[in-house]
Design a protein around this ligand. Structure first.
Ligand code: ADP
Length: 382
């Protein structure tokens, strides 16, 4: 029946102008976000930026002050309507698993579908336990499971009622480093196999980039960028996103007739920026900064950090500004070594004006645009 088909054209989740204040704190400021059916969106930002508030608003554990929230095309919160959490088609997975210690794995999972007739309920519990490959542990109690297994039970419980959206709040942060990678790939695989729409909050930048179809970067209750992992890292929309998602250094630079130059020389050409002379900041990441031994150079290595696969070098330029450069693990320039600093070929770095990325010459903002010659008057008479 057509009515049973998943409608992939209706977003699984839509936030429009969602705001929420706690006393003097704006935890969410006019959030707009659309999540497509089956998408896995990671949410990242500094502590206190509003990540949990956003999840709580979607789950119905908080009411928005303004704006509207729709889940699978149904408005669940706006100025007039507020659907209670248990009626929203939202599954929740928390950092601490939140399993009932006195219930077996099977009964923990059954809790989410306790309204189903017994037979259907058992069938659904077996199905989702199969999905997370835990059927063989159905009779165990939570304390008889590893942290990773407990988290898989929590996911099975969240998936059992076939939610439209699953919200995962730092689901791997209580697991140790070795276990985390494995549990993460297990859980992400289940979310992908089942085509589950999910929002996953994390404080781990690598996790946000590697797991998400899209990454939402938040700051002070605002979504700074919601974009593919590649664009968030390679084309950050603001200075904050550039520095929060990976290491980034910033140098004052200038674009003159499509040539980007800064203290270390020519960085790149900037196609489309002909006929302008604009001051910008250029964003440089350590893998884009090349070093070469040069006793006559003015730049000097200040320190180095051995990171295993590479060595992060801190280099002081003549101006006193510092840049970071990744060198292969066998290259170790001692502090004090003089090095020439260049930008790796093929780099097309992000340019910022007033802390925002610009892709076109901001002629009006910069106020230093070259005056183009007046076009020749078009003869009006023949
Ligand atoms: P995050 O999850 O990104 O760490 P939160 O959403 O928990 O951030 O919090 C965002 C801001 O809202 C913080 O300044 C926090 O102190 C404040 N906040 C969150 N919940 C409450 C609450 N129930 N009462 C008062 N302030 C709150």
């Amino acid at each position: 029946m057509a009515s049973n088909l998943i409608d992939v054209t209706t977003p699984a989740l839509t936030l429009e102008g969602i705001s929420r204040r706690y006393g003097g704190v704006s935890a969410a400021k006019a959030l707009d976000l659309t999540v497509a059916a089956g998408e896995l969106v990671t949410v990242i930002g500094p502590s206190g930026c509003g990540k949990s508030t956003m999840l709580r608003l979607i789950a119905g554990l908080e009411r928005p002050d303004s704006g509207s929230i729709s889940i699978a095309g149904e408005v669940v919160a706006d100025r007039r309507r507020f659907q209670e959490p248990e009626r929203r088609r939202v599954g929740l997975v928390f950092q601490d698993h939140a399993l009932f210690p006195n219930l077996t794995v099977a009964r923990n999972v059954a809790f989410g579908v306790n309204r189903l007739p017994a037979r259907e309920r058992e069938q659904r519990v077996a199905e989702v336990l199969e999905l997370v490959r835990l059927n063989h542990l159905a009779a165990r109690y939570p304390h008889e499971l590893s942290g990773g297994e407990q988290q898989r039970v929590a996911l099975a419980r969240a998936l059992a009622p076939r939610p439209a959206v699953v919200l995962l709040d730092e689901p791997f942060s209580s697991l140790d480093e070795t276990l985390r990678g494995r549990v993460r790939s297990d859980i992400v695989a289940v979310l992908q196999e089942t085509g589950t729409t999910s929002l996953l909050v994390t404080h781990d930048q690598t996790e946000a980039l590697s797991v998400g179809d899209r990454v939402v970067v938040m700051r002070d209750g605002v979504i700074e960028q919601a974009d593919t992992p590649e664009r968030v890292f390679e084309q950050p929309s603001t200075r904050f996103v550039a520095s929060f998602m990976g290491d980034a250094d910033f140098l004052p630079a200038n674009v003159h007739n499509a040539l980007l130059t800064c203290e270390i020389g020519v960085v790149s050409t900037v196609p489309g920026w002909a006929n302008c002379d604009v001051d910008v900041d250029v964003v440089l990441r350590p893998h884009e900064v090349a070093l070469a031994l040069d006793p006559s150079a003015s730049a000097q290595v200040v320190s180095q950090e051995y990171r295993g696969a590479f060595v992060l070098h801190h280099v002081r330029l003549a101006s006193g500004r510092t840049l970071r450069s990744w060198q292969p693990h066998h290259v170790r320039y001692a502090p004090g070594t003089r090095v020439s600093v260049t930008v790796a070929p093929g780099t097309s770095p992000t340019l910022l004006v007033n802390d925002r990325a610009v892709t076109e010459p901001p002629i009006a903002a910069a106020g230093r645009a070259l005056q183009l010659p007046e076009p020749s008057p078009v003869p009006t008479s023949r």
